[in-house]
Design a protein around this ligand. Sequence first.
Ligand SMILES: C[S@@+](CC[C@H](N)C(=O)[O-])C[C@H]1O[C@@H](n2cnc3c(N)ncnc32)[C@H](O)[C@@H]1O
Length: 342
Amino acid sequence: MLERLQREIAAAGGWISFARYMELAVQAYYGRDDRQFGAQGDFITAPELGSLFGRTLAQQLRQLNTPRILELGAGTGALAETLLGELDCEYLILETSGALRARQAGRLGGKVKFLDRLPQAFRGAVLANEVVDAMPVHGVGWRGDGIVERGVSSDLAWQERPASGALLEEARAIEVPPPYDSEIGLAGQAWMRSLAERLEEGVIFIVDYGFPRREYYHSQRSMGTLMCHARHRAHGNPFERPGEQDITAHVDFSALARAAREGGLEVLGYATQAQFLVNCGITDVLAQANLENALHYAPIAAEAQKLLSPAEMGELFKVLAVGRGVEQPLLGFSRGDRSPTL
Ligand SMILES: C[S@@+](CC[C@H](N)C(=O)[O-])C[C@H]1O[C@@H](n2cnc3c(N)ncnc32)[C@H](O)[C@@H]1O
């Protein structure tokens, strides 16, 4: 991986954008094998904790009566497995990692259809849990004398150049006190625009950690939001062991909402994960689980605590729903909708 990166950086004249670096490193990381997930892996996601997240999300999908689900970046297939047990609908997966796709196919068998690229047109629900945070971001620095792009030199270190083009334009619209470093997710915005244009009818649910723009570029967050994960240790150095650790950036939900609008969609709701799950009836799902098997209640209650607690995933994780042709207000945003903050 190191050699490949150094070759590419040399061929590009000694410098590549951080977005390109992140793209290569994250692709290598997810392509490596399928051992990233779970207690023995590098991190744990909501669907990996158990079935509670999926069973609660199913309540929202039931309300929509969706004929089809497209899941992007399905990890080990845990969410798909839970949803297929709850709902009777067609299930499509678009997964960029060959190793994870093989694992999903092994787990889900013929119950899902794999896509190689986004469909030209789609009707139904699109799900992306912890996928946008893995999309490449550009590095940006606001300095006293102008705005720089923070790229990567051949010795795998930050190197600054004057920012230009779309990045400069986007960065100019963000007011922060210099010196200030952060990220701008141009790739995530482009991805959202193209997804939006292809959605003929239905809803896209983005679940991830992040903030509205005003909070994202808060004066106190002057070192950006990059986070790397290996063996349940989180740190901020993206150049450590490239390809062997996950690299993520928090999601600027205002930018995603704007991109969706540019693609012709409406914002249908934005809430913390805790609020969304409570609105979808997580307490009923918990009570049902207790009735089904009281012995399993303690682990499920612990799972609820992780999903809902402000100190865990409840506050930092958000749910954004954007869509087209959806008349009824969505169950998940019936209370505490924060879309005006976007
Ligand atoms: C942190 S994992 C989350 C997996 C799963 N959704 C979960 O919650 O457990 C990120 C997933 O997104 C996939 N991925 C990354 N970039 C992607 C992209 N541009 N399109 C689709 N999947 C992508 C990865 O291969 C991986 O399956």
